[in-house]
Each structure stands twice: as structure tokens, then as C-alpha cells.
Write a protein that binds this ligand. Structure first.
Ligand code: ATP
Ligand code: MG
Length: 137
């Protein structure tokens, strides 16, 4: 069993796509074991995406991620990290495979509907960013 962090980003939340995306997640067999809706502050978004702080899109990404509420979930299942990355599809929706969340719901490479952790170390850090042990059920 493995855990990963998913975020439904402000573009998708703003389009009332939270339920559709959570349905895709559950339909894939991954289990939602914790869930929060939050409006990130600028410093929280900067910290969450600190790994990208030298990238040209960092400021814009932080603005986007603070532009409205996000819905954060902890997902659990066998090989959950890679399974959720596959379900999300490529960062750029133009390159995302048919049936993936980003192909269905992303607008462009920045407003791309969802986030998913990319490795066991980042999953552990990102889960701890949003959840405490008591939140998992
Ligand atoms: P995420 O980390 O959100 O799951 P990812 O791992 O597919 O996405 P990253 O390379 O980690 O992609 O980029 C983080 C986020 O930054 C992307 O999901 C997207 O919102 C934004 N982003 C990435 N590349 C660009 C770009 N070239 N221009 C604008 N925004 C970008
Ligand atoms: Mg990433």
C-alpha cells in the first residue's frame, strides 16, 4: 500500500469539476483516505512549489494556485503514486493521453486541473504539508 497527495487545482474547482475528478479517482480503484478544501495563502503556495522557485513560471504558478480554493486529498492504493500520475496524464493537456484527467479537464499547461506527487519522498512531504496522522481514516 502506498499513499500520494492529489490537489484539484483552482481552475477545476472553479468549474465545479471537483466531483467529476474525485469520481475518476475512485473509479480507478484508488481510495480517498483524507480530504480538505483550502484557500492557499501566497506563502503556503510558495512553500508547496518551492522546488520550482527558479523556474520562469514560478510566480505565475503561485498566483494561479492562490486564485481560488483547492481540494486536497490523500490517496491510497497499491502503487498509488504512479497510478495517479498515469490517471492525471501529461503536464501539458495537449500531450495528455485520451481519458486522463488533464486531457478531459485541463485548459493549458499551467491551468491543468490537478496535482499529484511524483515520488515517495515528495509524497511523504506533501502529505505532511496538508494532513496530520489523525486526519487519515
Ligand atoms: P504537478 O506538480 O502540479 O503535479 P507536474 O508534476 O506534471 O505537475 P511540474 O513540472 O511539477 O508538472 O510543474 C508543476 C506545475 O507548474 C504544473 O502542473 C503546471 O501547473 C505548472 N507548469 C509547469 N510547467 C509550466 C510551464 N511551462 N508554464 C506554465 N506553468 C507550468
Ligand atoms: Mg510536479
Amino acid at each position: 500500500m502506498e499513499r500520494t497527495l492529489s490537489i484539484v487545482k483552482p481552475d477545476a474547482v472553479g468549474k465545479n469539476l471537483t466531483g467529476a475528478i474525485l469520481e475518476k479517482i475512485e473509479g480507478s480503484g484508488l481510495q480517498i483516505i483524507a480530504l480538505r478544501r483550502v484557500l492557499l495563502s501566497q506563502s503556503q503556495a510558495e512553500a508547496f512549489y518551492a522546488v520550482h522557485r527558479e523556474r520562469p513560471f514560478y510566480k505565475s504558478l503561485v498566483e494561479f494556485m492562490t486564485s481560488g480554493p483547492v481540494v486536497v486529498t490523500a490517496l491510497q492504493g497499491d502503487n498509488a503514486i504512479q497510478r495517479y500520475r498515469d490517471l492525471m496524464g501529461a503536464t501539458n493537456p495537449e500531450e495528455a493521453a485520451e481519458g486522463t484527467i488533464r486531457k478531459l479537464y485541463a485548459s493549458n499547461i499551467e491551468n491543468n486541473a490537478v496535482h499529484g506527487s511524483d515520488a515517495p519522498e515528495t509524497a511523504a512531504a506533501e502529505l505532511a504539508f496538508f494532513f496530520r496522522d489523525l486526519d487519515y481514516a
